[in-house]
Each structure stands twice: as structure tokens, then as C-alpha cells.
Design a protein around this ligand. Sequence first.
Ligand SMILES: Cc1ncc(COP(=O)(O)O)c(C=O)c1O
Length: 443
Amino acid sequence: MSREVTAVKRFAGDEITHFPSVVQRSIAEKVILSRHRLRACAKPLQPSAGHAVPTRRVLSGRRADLVERPAALPARPYFSSGPCAKPPGWRLDLLDTASLGRSHRGAAGKPRLAEAIERTHALLQLPADYRLGIVPASDTGAMEMAMWSLLGTRPVTMLAWESFGAGWVTDAVKQLGLDAEVRTADYGEISDLGGIAPDRDLVFTWNGTTSGVRVPDAKWISSDRTGLSICDATSAAFAQPIDWSKIDVGTFSWQKALGGEAAHGMIVLSPRAIERLQSTPAPRPLPKIFRLTKSGKLIDGVFRGETINTPSMLAVEDWLVALDWAEGIGGLDALIARADANAAALDLWVQSSNWIDHLVSDAAIRSNTSVCLQFVDRSDPVANAARQKALVKLLEQEGAAFDIGAYRDAPPGLRIWCGATVDTADIQALGPWLDWGWEETGK
Ligand SMILES: Cc1ncc(COP(=O)(O)O)c(C=O)c1O
């Protein structure tokens, strides 16, 4: 007999005090049932291309005035947008510890770093002549290393549609003092991608984690460009198809779509980026931590596992476990399919709800990883911010969802990570909890 059924039986016999508080609340609320009237649906349903208008999920007559406390919790309530959920089945004891406490430059460590690079290169299906390296300071380290090392010899176009992209604009304009054309967009929208001059350098974020806006593809980047395209791909890599032929520098970190550990960044360099690094170095001194060349030559070792400074071998071993899982389920296509399925499951719930909507109304630019939602009623942003806080706290206390609040600068609402390490069943189990939490926090 399950713990819950046992608890129900004992509750009937007035023995509720013997049970943990969460179970007590659960059972009591199941018996009493919160009575909250559902408001009329506010949003029209949108059909997908080539499909009929979907039917909204309608509660049965018996339940129409109730939002029942859901019976089942998501098995893994980890929906944070970074660090993201560990891969399904992950356990600490899966990590090979032989390289720990040993030199990262020795026989135990260096081959593991090299393996991490080689297997990541293969998993991402990078072109054979692209290089991949492990660098310090996570995705920020990789992006700033690229910007400081490469930008300044020609004008740059900066695109930003949320906080992290805006941070790269600050770097370019205020710190580096570059000749920059800046194209921004509000939360939920995307910058104008038309007419990007191919002779300028370009900096953009493939998937804006704080707004849930992603580029639809890379067709807008010229194949004949003479400038370099530098792309922060940290919440897109391993979840969205990236046309690497259009990217000269790509960056990401380990704690996002494969659920690795934070600390290190990875940097992808195209042959053109390497050529620029060697032939036209940036017009500024660089700290050691950013240096990718020595005496005008690429430091080849960085791309073979000889990191610039000491890495965490624990994080490296954890990354290798994440790669085991990703390769085991079928590689990149399977990862993308899982993220798509999660985002579709969440969308189904959004379509059925009357109180929440996508922040990104255009599905063509909507993320399948950091899915951002906003409240339908936006008449009182202060009240909405308070409701967001209460809802997030309640669901965390219930063990139903962790870390699902909208980013602090984004419109109040929710942000739910749908990357591949999240299971679709958990997204499906989350919806009823969100509905319940919304009603509870509105009392
Ligand atoms: C799009 C984007 N860029 C950069 C960062 C910063 O990443 P890190 O903490 O790995 O440096 C994040 C973190 O969430 C992000 O989402």
C-alpha cells in the first residue's frame, strides 16, 4: 500500500497527527477541496500551421468549480534555467574519481580533458575544421574572452533582446568602446535581423534565457560575411539545431542543457576566427586568462585539454557522465527532440489555462529551453510580482517545482526550463500544480 493511501486511511481514523506536515496538508486538502471558481477563458486558441483550431481542455461539470490539490508530484521538480536538472538517472557515484586529486596536466587528468573536448565536438556535430576548447569562468568567461580577443578591428553589430545580450552590449560599448550598431528589442520580441552588414562583426545570443526568445534559424547571417559572428549559445547548445557554418565563435557552459556543473566555459572557433586571432590580434593588452594565442599563433594545447589554468576535474568527470547519457539516448537529435517534447507539453498546458500566457507570442522565436510565461492580467505589475513570489515559494515548499520564477528584470511570471534533462512526464505533472498554486495564492 502506498504511503499516501495509508495516510488517507489513517486520516479517516483521525490519526493525521502521525504524518509529516506535507502529507497532512495534502490529505486534508484532498478531503476538504479548495473551492475556487475558474474564470472564463481569456485567450483564443491558436492553431498550428495546417492544423484545426485546438479544443480547449474543459473541466467536467463536477469539477468545474474546484481546483483540486494534485495527487502526484513531478518525480524530479527541477525546472531551473541554470544550473539545470541533472540528466535522468544521474548519481554522484557514476562519476569516475580516478583523476581527482591528481594533476590536470598529468596522465590521469589531461586525457579526461581531451576526451571531454572530443566527445563534445562530436555530440554537437561541429564541422571537422572547427576547434573546441575548455576555458575559465563559464559562459561569461568564454564570451568575454572572445570579445576582448577579437573585436575592435572593424565595426560591430550588437543584437540584444534580454539581459544577457544587454550585458554583451555594455561590454562592447562601455568597456571596449567599440564602434557599435546596437539593435535591441523588448522582452518577448526579437531585434530586427534584416540587413545585417556582412562586413561588420556581429554579436548575439542564440537563445535569450531571460526572455525565452531565440533566433528562428541562422539564415539571416550572410554566408559571404567578412566580419565574424560571435554567438552566446549557452541555453541553445544541445537543445536547438545550430547551423555552425554561420557561427565563427560559439560559447556555452556545462550547467545548462546537459545538466553539468558550473565553472568552465567552452569556446568554439571557426577557421576564420582562428585566422583573425592570428593575423589581426585585438588592439589591446589581454590578461593571461583571455589569451588564446602566443607569438601570433593559436595556443593549440587549449583545444587538446591543456587548459589555461587549473580546471575542476570533478566538473570534468561530471560532464563526461552527462555526455554518456546524451550519447546513450541517441545524441543531438534525441536531445533536441526531448526539449521540443517538453516545450510542447508545457504549451499544451498554457493553452488550457486562463491565467497565464507565453511571454513570447510568436511561436517561431519561442524557446524550447527557457520557456517564459507572463500573467494574463497585467494591470498591476506590483501585485503580479508579489503573486509570482508567493506562487514560486508555495510550489517550492510543496516540492512541486524549484526555481521557476521569471528572471528579476523580466515581466512577472514564470520561467520553466524544458531542456533535454527534464522529463516530459514531469512537465505534465507540473501543470496541475501551477493551477492549484495560482488559486491558492489568490485567496
Ligand atoms: C544567455 C546567457 N548568457 C550568459 C549567461 C551567463 O552564464 P555563466 O553563468 O555560465 O557565465 C547565462 C546564464 O544563465 C545565459 O543564460
